[in-house]
Design a protein around this ligand. Structure first.
Ligand code: 2BA
Length: 108
């Protein structure tokens, strides 16, 4: 079994979640924040059988868009980049996906 951790743009999270659920995968969504841009994104936790990992990755890939984000002066505090880089466009996504081995999974 694998644990798939997928960091997805907030704007894609609903459609990614719906597509995974429709294919009978169970997902947990966490509200997260990127350390570089300091803007919200969504992290999915998906427990899946080894043979299903390619399907999960394909769904995430299909519904995650690449976007250009230009940080604005009204973005939240605590941004992780220098003042000089503030207006520089940054390419974000599609999705960042990690696949981890799972020793066991139990439900009590
Ligand atoms: P952020 O950390 O806010 O990063 C947003 C985008 O800024 C990144 O897009 C990348 O294009 C750029 N970026 C990030 N760190 C940078 C740096 N040190 N120098 C220059 N540019 C940088 P993505 O790569 O698509 O990442 C989107 C989000 O996925 C990230 O948001 C972060 O929340 C997560 N992520 C990406 N790679 C990760 C990793 N290796 N470990 C943990 N989280 C990761």
């Amino acid at each position: 079994m694998k644990l798939i951790i997928a960091i997805v743009n907030n704007e894609d999270s609903a459609v990614v979640s719906a597509a995974l659920t429709r294919e009978h995968f169970t997902v947990t969504k966490l509200s997260t924040t990127g350390g570089f841009l300091m803007v919200g994104n969504t992290t999915f936790l998906i427990g899946a059988q080894d043979e299903d990992v390619p399907r999960v990755k394909d769904i995430i890939n299909r519904f995650s868009q690449t976007r250009t984000h230009t940080p604005s002066t009204t973005d939240s505090f605590g941004r992780g980049f220098s003042e000089g880089a503030m207006q520089t466009p940054v390419t974000v996504g599609g999705a960042t996906v990690f696949v981890l081995n799972v020793d066991s999974m139990d439900k009590y």
